[in-house]
Design a binder for this molecule. Structure first.
Ligand code: X90
Length: 279
């Protein structure tokens, strides 16, 4: 029997499964010479990060292929498909091709492809919201309407200790990369409306990071809504930020978890990503 609803997302969302709604992840891959890491449930992320640290040659990533997306779609009547920002990856365009093939091969089925113009924890908020609406009984078109409105209320901040991989792969200018090159500088920024990296300042030392992020959250309109914090091997900073936010917003729904492969590669060791919702 075909499923009525399914949610699929590329692996940059760091979501591997959902408890209530059928879900599938389409993996991106991380490449280092002849070694290729598939960002799926069996990837040992910390092991990958350690190994990559000692690779002298250039490393890179690749988005899911059309076939990867079709595999993730499987058999379902209505599919919500979320991709990492189309401004930085081919994932969206590959998902759009998969949608055309899928809807052509299965008349009557629907795939909504959502360019999240973001990644990581903001994507997770969008996925969780869709799962809630499906559980509440909203139909396909209503969810399509809701998600457009919700996307306007969500945002993504990041604090990175290195932007080497972003710069080497052309996702950030070398000029901006130089600014963080100095030891001990953390780069604070957010996803722009267009889905690119927007830099907001530097902060020296991890101690100053939580207040600096909280400040940028305020400036970005955060007022105690849902917050998702992912980190690349930096649980202390992630939990310090959670404590800082909880102090100001005791009722806030906050979750902290490690990045999977793609986000770990680009956020690099020590980096954290923060997805939030505005009222
Ligand atoms: O298609 C591919 O090979 C994937 C390329 C992805 C490039 C960017 C990934 C960024 C991951 C880093 C900080 C947050 C940036 C937010 C920008 C919207 C996370």
């Amino acid at each position: 029997m075909d499923l009525k609803y399914k949610i699929v997302a590329d692996s940059s969302s760091d979501v591997l499964s959902l408890s209530d709604i059928p879900f599938a992840s389409a993996p991106l891959t991380i490449q280092a010479g002849r070694i290729s890491y598939t960002d799926n449930a069996s990837l040992n992320v910390e092991h990958m990060v350690q190994e990559l640290a000692s690779v002298p040659s250039r490393t890179s990533t690749a988005c899911p292929s059309v076939g990867d997306w079709l595999d993730a779609f499987g058999q379902a009547e209505n599919i919500f498909c979320l991709t990492i920002t189309s401004a930085l990856s081919g994932s969206y365009s590959s998902a759009m091709t998969a949608k055309d093939i899928y809807e052509h091969d299965h008349p009557g089925r629907n795939v909504l492809v959502i360019d999240t113009r973001s990644t990581g924890p903001e994507m997770r908020l969008l996925i969780e919201a869709i799962a809630r609406w499906i559980t509440e009984g909203l139909d396909f078109l209503s969810v399509c309407g809701e998600i457009v409105a919700y996307q306007a209320r969500t945002g993504l901040l990041f604090l990175l200790q290195s932007v080497k991989n972003l710069a080497n792969n052309g996702r950030i200018s070398h000029l901006a990369a130089k600014a963080v090159g100095l030891l001990g500088l953390n780069l604070l920024g957010k996803a722009s409306a267009e889905g690119t990296l927007e830099l907001h300042g530097k902060c020296r030392g991890e101690k100053r990071a939580p207040p600096a992020i909280l400040q940028l959250l305020h400036e970005s309109g955060y007022a105690g809504g849902r917050l998702r914090i992912s980190h690349c091997m930096n649980e202390p900073l992630a939990t310090a930020l959670r404590a800082q936010v909880a102090l100001h917003y005791p009722a806030a729904d906050i979750a902290v978890y490690p990045c999977r492969g793609l986000c770990s590669y680009y956020a690099e060791k020590g980096g954290i990503l923060v997805g939030f919702e505005r009222p």
